[in-house]
Ligand binder design. Structure first.
Ligand SMILES: C[S@@+](CC[C@H](N)C(=O)[O-])C[C@H]1O[C@@H](n2cnc3c(N)ncnc32)[C@H](O)[C@@H]1O
Length: 259
């Protein structure tokens, strides 16, 4: 079928119309102006968006964008970890309490420690700001740890939370007080307190089996220890029962397991 240039010869080859050469025309200054204005508006929108939703850095050890490590863990243990923005927003509501190195905080389903890490970070910031000697920093850091408690039903989470908390102490010591050297025994005491305070357990059905130590420090640099079950600590009565065990005044550099 004969075809005329630039026009479809039939309905069926309408798409096969030959290209018609188009002469380049001068750019339309009106169109150019509109394009520049549109690009400027898009850039301004982007800036507004970034300001409203600032980029959130992942907390240490938080490698799961949506807080989910696996579907199986969500189904079996209800594990959905909380992101840094939510953790900070919630802790900001009780900041005066949690930042005090001597405050006591329990996370009964602590996961890998997202709340505990931020709580300890705030406490250590206070300790580092006020300490003028390595000993003052160390005693303050141990005090901060003794009031930071966590329970999780998954061993992997307990170990990860302890590790992250220890790394915070190491970082606070080395980055803020980088000319100071830790005293012998300091990190052994850190590990002892992490071992007594961040523990494997069932905080829902096993509170009578979970044992926590109440640390108190009536004398400088020393701690007393009294052992209670979580069930006892949860009783509404103001008076604590007789402790299952006590350990007398112990120097902060000498906190260890004793038989
Ligand atoms: C929703 S996640 C929250 C973890 C953490 N609180 C956070 O916000 O990132 C729930 C956690 O509770 C733990 N868990 C579930 N049942 C528990 C129980 N009965 N006792 C203690 N921990 C439990 C799971 O292992 C899991 O780590």
């Amino acid at each position: 079928m004969p075809r005329s240039k630039g026009r479809a010869a039939s309905l069926f080859d309408a798409l096969a119309v030959e290209e018609v050469a188009v002469e380049p025309s001068e750019p339309d200054p009106k169109l150019q102006g509109l394009q520049v204005a549109a690009a400027a508006k898009a850039a301004a929108d982007e800036v507004r968006l970034v300001k409203r939703f600032p980029k959130i850095e992942k907390p240490e050890g938080f490698d799961h964008e949506d807080g989910i490590k696996s579907r199986a863990r969500v189904q079996s243990i209800g594990e959905v970890l909380t992101g840094e923005r939510e953790v900070n927003a919630m802790l900001d509501l009780v900041d005066d309490t949690v930042r005090r190195p001597g405050s006591r905080v329990l996370e009964p389903a602590c996961g890998n420690g997202n709340f505990l890490v931020e709580i300890l970070r705030r406490k250590l910031a206070m300790v580092a700001a006020e300490a003028t000697t390595p000993e003052a920093f160390e005693f303050g850091a141990i005090t901060a740890l003794t009031g930071t408690y966590g329970i999780d039903i998954t061993l992997e989470n307990v170990l990860e939370a302890r590790e992250r908390l220890q790394m915070l102490v190491v970082d606070a010591y080395s980055t803020r007080k980088n000319t100071w050297k830790p005293n012998n025994g300091f990190y052994d005491s850190v590990q002892y307190v992490l071992g007594t305070n961040i523990i494997l357990g069932d905080s829902w059905k096993g509170a009578h089996k979970v044992v926590f130590i109440e640390y108190t420090s009536p004398f400088p640099d020393k701690f007393f220890q009294r052992f209670f079950t979580l069930a006892e600590l949860e009783r509404p009565s103001r008076r604590l029962p007789k402790p299952h065990r006590t350990i007398g005044a112990t120097h902060y550099l000498e906190l260890r397991d004793v038989d």
